[in-house]
Design a protein around this ligand. Structure first.
Ligand code: GTP
Ligand code: MG
Length: 323
């Protein structure tokens, strides 16, 4: 759903980059939708406002599903452009910036369907002297790949401005070339307009990349989402209650939304995006007392699944890093 997707090995500095360049970093807790995009930052560059998704580190074999590769690569499919974040500071036998790029590109190629996405390369951590030296050595070779290369440090801020303007230029060019596809791509679904008495509308919309998203619009849901501190589980639970009581979940199910579908609440450039996770026993959960809130019950299937995924990712990461 983001305009730009950051890819790179674990610990290359993707999360740091998004934190350094964006002003908003919503993190979405587990209920009733799980996070679609691990981190989504809104970046402002001159007149252009765009979103950058921070996708967890890819590792060799990601296209085969290793280290959750499928899930992450699926996120990248939703982006219009790809930025390689390359770690210039970490020395590991068998790894160097060029082969890191090749491995990631190999995974993107094996996943397929991403060839048309423009690429930028960000050589990161050049505040570290060794990283700077390595950058000097490999810069020419990296440039040979034909993509614009930026030498950056998320720590010192060096090189970030040219990078975000380059991202913005890509996003703007694609927007100009393809004027907002949304109106034409709306799939007419029953009651696209709010019926009398309803306080929101849900439309299934193309995301411009062959996928779709359920877009929830309405004064209340949008206001509630804006008011929610997504780092606070209780606040997210409260939001979930409100959305449920308003009938958002029921309506999504009625329209045919399936578990895992993308749901965006809000309009414009800054919707909050979730994976839809319908709760079969929602009514029981809703009547349970606050404080004994089963949404955070660690035995809930989606919580367990999520923990498994986290554990899997971290295991692969640790293995890769050799500890
Ligand atoms: N010196 C230096 N360290 C950096 C820089 N950018 C990131 N780091 C460090 O590198 C480590 C990994 O950074 P993250 O931003 O978490 O990396 P990531 O790519 O998001 O990692 P995953 O989410 O695991 O894929 C952290 O300890 C950061 O502080 C930089 O520009 N300079
Ligand atoms: Mg990260």
């Amino acid at each position: 759903m983001a305009d730009i997707g950051l890819v790179g090995f674990p610990s290359a500095g993707k999360s740091s980059l998004i934190a350094a360049i964006s002003r908003a970093k919503p993190k979405i807790a587990d209920y009733p939708f799980t996070t679609l995009i691990p981190n989504l930052g809104v970046v402002v560059a001159g007149e252009t406002v765009f979103t950058v998704a921070d996708v967890p580190g890819l590792i060799e074999g990601a296209s085969l599903g290793k280290g959750l590769g499928h899930e992450f690569l699926r996120h990248i499919e939703r982006c219009q452009a790809i930025v390689h974040v390359v770690d210039m500071a970490t020395y590991e036998p068998g790894r160097d910036p060029l082969s890191d790029l090749d491995v990631i590109e190999g995974e993107l190629a094996a996943h397929g369907g991403l060839d048309d996405r423009p690429r930028l390369v960000a050589l990161n951590k050049v505040d570290v002297p060794d990283a700077r030296d390595l950058t000097d050595i490999v810069l020419d070779d990296v440039q040979q790949r034909g993509w614009p290369v930026f030498v950056i440090s998320t720590k010192s801020g060096e090189g970030l401005t040219p990078l975000i303007y380059a991202m913005a230029a890509i996003v703007q060019a694609r927007r100009d070339a393809a004027p907002p596809p949304e109106p034409k791509r709306i799939i007419i679904s029953p009651k696209a307009q709010p019926a009398k008495g309803t306080e929101f509308s849900i439309r299934q919309m193309g995301d411009g990349e062959g996928g779709f998203v359920w877009r929830v619009e309405g004064e209340k849901p949008q206001r509630w989402v804006k008011q929610t501190d997504f780092l606070n589980e209780e606040a997210v639970g409260f939001l979930a209650d409100r959305l449920h009581r308003l009938g958002v979940e029921d309506e999504l199910l009625r329209l045919g939304a399936k578990e895992g579908d993308a749901v965006a609440i809000g309009a414009g450039v800054d919707p909050v995006v979730f994976d839809f996770q319908p709760q079969i026993e929602t009514d029981t959960e809703i009547v349970s007392r606050r404080g004994s809130d089963q949404r955070f019950d660690s035995k809930r299937p989606s919580v367990l699944r999520r923990r498994e995924l986290d554990a899997e990712y971290h295991a692969f990461k640790a293995e890769k890093e050799g500890h």
